[in-house]
Design a protein around this ligand. Structure first.
Ligand code: ARG
Length: 563
């Protein structure tokens, strides 16, 4: 039962506030003696011109108190104490009935949401920043889908731009075909780095590259074929990673996809009187908004990154009529998106407001900021391999006889990395330290995975046990805390959507795992000699495993039954 909703509806009947407003005002007090939910009457006090505690008192005497143990007025707050037996029963039964759909809702039905994520650059390594975007985007996709939104996952591949001119020049001059077959991205990176080294000595190279890109944009065949080859080779490697991470996209429409949509865009910008010339380039002046101009076309007629983003947003709106158009891209690109969204707004598109940049911080690995320019990168395969082999080592210490150790280690290792990316507020930088990631204690993926496996093992042992459950016997504070957390699953998902913040789900699930550990370490389950209490506890264990499994799946992480 969604208590916030119930409370909000009951308060709405007695006030002039909207249910949504009330729901937003409702708090969950930090201390149990302040109730499970609290409604502050201060906002009402302004419109009703009465003291908050008088309003609280009036509400208290008239409100329908069904399902609550008691309702108190303390200092202008209306504190609700949920009836424990009811909450226990309703919550546990709901989880057991809904299973894989527990936590889900249909509030997003009929709404299309674009989640653009991952978007690596062709011919460059898929680096940890892209992994971050992949983890957050994939998770938002799943979180939104769980609430009925129709999501369209777009991988906006960086498959266009002047770097392809450089790569074409570099391939013709320096490529080692055999190395290209063996490990395309490494070889493409090598010659790309070489291009920059050589260009420092020979400035004409840059000009050559610029021309070759222009020819590519104009559709010249030789350049097209080379470009396609580079793209195919890169995608083959990226897809291996996506498979390993179990990530899927609905569309791979990347930057090149918009090439034939640029002319009409420029035409439209001209007609709307938005283009000005600046040093030969065509730009949208954004000085009124304290932003540098948005460059649409360079002096040689070539388009840039922003041009393609403008075309992409318009295309997406025409194609999907989106409710939201979400870009999961690092915060260093915040200004770029502000410029693009502002330009769309100036073009008269009201839906510019529905475009959202979901930024995230830097990933720092062994204190190095990762960049591809100098070839100073951590390759993602290697990162994941390392995580898996560390997990395997840990499993070997803990449970050397486990079947399918390698398979389990793969899931734990990859889950642990994803968990790390999804644990902190996304705007915060992530410092990647193995000891904090592959660890069965602490707030880690393996810790949550382990809690799940523990729960499953209890349930396996209880197979065949059959008794009616008496939920009113789950009386302890620890049991009730766990039930209460489970009952708040859906609210947490909705909150994660509101903030575009998968970390809300990640932290929530850490809380559930902690409460679960406290519960099963302190209360006898299998050895409980009261059958109806034992059944209630076992059902609580199962409700917990359902919650952990679903929450992890919203993060793109698979559970293991044994570890
Ligand atoms: N390919 C870009 C990069 O690696 C990210 C693309 C972000 N998406 C966009 N619509 N601009 O930096």
């Amino acid at each position: 039962m969604d208590y916030k909703k119930v409370i909000a509806e009951r308060i709405k009947e007695m006030t002039n506030l909207e249910t949504e407003t009330i729901e937003k005002l409702i708090e969950q007090p930090p201390q149990p003696d302040m109730g499970d939910y609290a409604f502050p009457c201060f906002q009402l006090a302004k419109t009703m011109r009465k003291a908050p505690n008088i309003i609280a008192q009036e509400l208290k005497t008239t409100i329908n108190s069904n399902g609550f143990e008691k309702i108190e007025n303390v200092g202008g707050y209306l504190n609700f104490f949920v009836g424990k037996a009811t909450l226990n029963e309703v919550t546990i039964k709901k989880a057991l009935e809904e299973k894989d759909k527990f936590g889900y809702s249909d509030i997003g039905n009929g709404k299309n949401v674009i989640v653009e994520f991952s978007s690596p650059n062709i011919a460059k390594p898929f680096h940890v920043g892209h992994l971050c975007s992949t983890a957050i985007g994939n998770s938002l996709y799943k979180i939104l889908s769980s609430q009925g939104y129709n999501c369209i996952g777009i991988n906006h591949l960086g498959d266009w731009g002047t770097q392809f001119g450089k790569l074409i020049v570099a391939i013709e001059k320096w490529v080692d075909e055999e190395a290209l077959e063996r490990d395309a991205i490494k070889e493409l990176l090598r010659i790309y780095v070489k291009f920059h080294d050589e260009a420092e000595k020979d400035p004409t190279l840059e000009e050559c590259a610029r021309q070759r890109f222009k020819m590519l944009e104009d559709g010249c065949e030789k350049e097209r074929i080379l470009w396609q080859k580079i793209k195919d080779l890169s995608l083959k490697e990226f897809n291996k990673l996506y498979e390993r991470l179990n990530v899927k996209f609905d569309s791979y429409a990347g930057e090149s996809f918009y090439n034939d949509k640029i002319d009409s865009l420029v035409e439209e910008l001209k007609q709307k009187n938005l283009l000005t010339e600046s040093k030969g380039a065509l730009v949208v002046d954004l000085s009124d908004f304290n932003m540098p101009p948005c460059i649409v076309m360079k002096s040689d007629g070539a388009t840039i990154y922003a041009t393609r983003d403008l075309a992409a947003a318009i295309y997406r709106h025409n194609t999907y009529n989106f409710h939201k158009n979400i870009y999961v891209v690092g915060t260093p690109q915040a200004l770029h998106f502000k410029q693009v969204f502002k330009t769309l707004e100036l073009m008269g598109y009201q839906w510019a407001d529905d475009c959202v940049h979901v930024g995230f911080g830097l990933v720092k690995f062994e204190d190095k900021k990762l960049s591809t320019r100098k070839g100073d990168v951590v390759f993602l395969d290697e990162l994941l391999d390392e995580a898996v082999s560390r997990s395997l080592k840990l499993i070997e210490e803990k449970n050397p006889n486990l079947e399918n150790k390698e398979l389990v280690a793969e899931k734990i290792g990859i889950g642990a990395v994803l968990f790390t990316y999804l644990k902190n507020n996304r705007e915060r930088d992530i410092i990647f330290s193995w000891d904090d990631i592959i660890n069965f204690d602490g707030e880690t993926g393996p810790y949550v995975q382990y809690s799940y496996a523990r729960g499953r093992s209890i349930l396996r042992k209880a197979e065949g046990f059959n008794s009616k459950a008496d939920y009113s016997k789950l009386k302890s504070k620890d049991e009730f805390e766990l039930v209460k957390l489970i009952s708040q699953f859906n609210e947490n998902i909705l909150f994660a959507i509101e903030k575009y913040e998968p970390s809300i789900v990640t932290r929530y699930i850490v809380d559930v795992a902690k409460a679960f550990n406290k519960f099963y370490n302190q209360y006898p389950i299998m050895s409980c000699d009261d059958d109806t209490l034992k059944a209630a506890r076992l059902n609580l264990v199962e409700a917990t495993t359902v919650t952990i499994k679903n929450a992890l799946s919203l993060l793109g992480i698979e559970v293991v039954e044994k570890m």
